[in-house]
Design a protein around this ligand. Sequence first.
Ligand code: AHR
Length: 504
Amino acid sequence: MKKASMILDRDFAIGKIDPRIYGSFIEHLGRAVYGGIYEPGHPTADEEGFRRDVIEKVREIGVPVVRYPGGNFVSGFNWEDSVGPKDARPRRLDLAWGTTETNEVGLHEFASWAKKAGTEVMYAINLGTRGADAARNAVEYANHTGGSYWSDLRAKNGAKDPFNIRLWCLGNEMDGPWQMGHKTAYEYGRAANEAAKMMKWVDPTIETVACGSSAHTMPTYGSWEYEMLNECYENVDYVSLHRYYGNPTGDTPGFLARSMDLDEFIKEVVSICDAVGGRKHAKKKLNLSFDEWNVWYHSNQQDKEILKADKWGRALPLLEDIYNFEDALLAGAILITFLKNADRVKVACLAQLVNVIAPIMTRNGGGCWAQTIFYPYMHASRFGRGTALRPVLSSPVYDCSDYENVPLADAAATLGDDGSVTVFAVNRDLSEDILLDCDLRAFGDLRVKEHIVLHHDDVKAINTEDDPNNVAPVNAPCEKTDGGKVSLKLPALSWNVIRLEKAD
Ligand code: AHR
């Protein structure tokens, strides 16, 4: 069996984990809202039309924050369309996705759903076709207590108490030519600065996220961040990063190494933020909001056909990627990477949450089930709280198409406020188990409380409504600790969660 080793110490702290790194995203796109969270007439629908089975799954996975309502959609969205009496709300063409938006679910409904699902709203404003004025009005509508036009309108529309939305995205992917109202870095930086400044004048407690590059493969990557931050650094708190991966050639070792790319991306954007901050002699440091990440490629062809057949349709089954086992392993490796960068990544959103490139799937009128990627996300969100520890890791490595020296075993660790330690580990080896020798002597007497393993013999295995537990975690035998040391068996191609607690 191959061997790897890891030393952990409570003093090797990366930083406090912001629970919002386990955020997600719901866009007015496909069946995320209509047929996903909302389906009046469904057997589990509540009095507002929200599916209770979906709410239960969202609570199970554990989502501290949900970005809403887009995505590309937001760059043509009038937030005012989504409030007030439902029968007076306009049906609009959504130019981002070529569909029709009915606005049946809007700000009030989503805020109510978020409460039921135990999550906070992260609201995106439109800096594509609109600007600072609509943005500051949205903040006044959502967060001002009362006694002004927009806050009184909110009360008239049924919500006397403000929604108190803390986190605001300043547009979406404004570097992308596909975006409505696409801008140059300078144009966007100016627009973001003015919007953020006025939004904070309305409510100084809010935090704002500036759009970084939509991927670090963009030709403007790097200069985009530098130039736009030069214009808005003082009024923003986070820079966004987006990244999706695919495995169209069936290269599993190369695909599983993609978290290396993610790590580089994070470190590069941190450097650029600090470079701009340094140049400005700024006291404030900007952090990162990795507010779109996932695997996305399975549904590409299907989407073209759906849109060809039903242009301007409503709630079309778009971006419905069916995730396989290797996708779950990459999701796990990505979560490990966020934990290793927890000092600067303070928000991250798995894109998206229901039906659209999502861990949770539904059938209209039917069931609701967990896709493979549901599990690493749920484990990290439930158990990866407290302080992220810097593991001193030594693992055998491999080379693949894009990377050399990819560790076969990768791991992150967290120290809970109750003194418990959790290790998250992936074994990328296609055929061999790895014995991970852990030195935990710095924590006194710990014992393994639980060792959860996600594995399947077939990397392409999926879950379906009829077979929802085909890829599901199981409990492995708990390894014995000995004098603060423990050897953990990581099966070939597996995601592992090892929970350690103080021995009695
Ligand atoms: O999440 C799907 C889409 O991906 C989002 O709308 C957009 O921001 C990104 O390109």
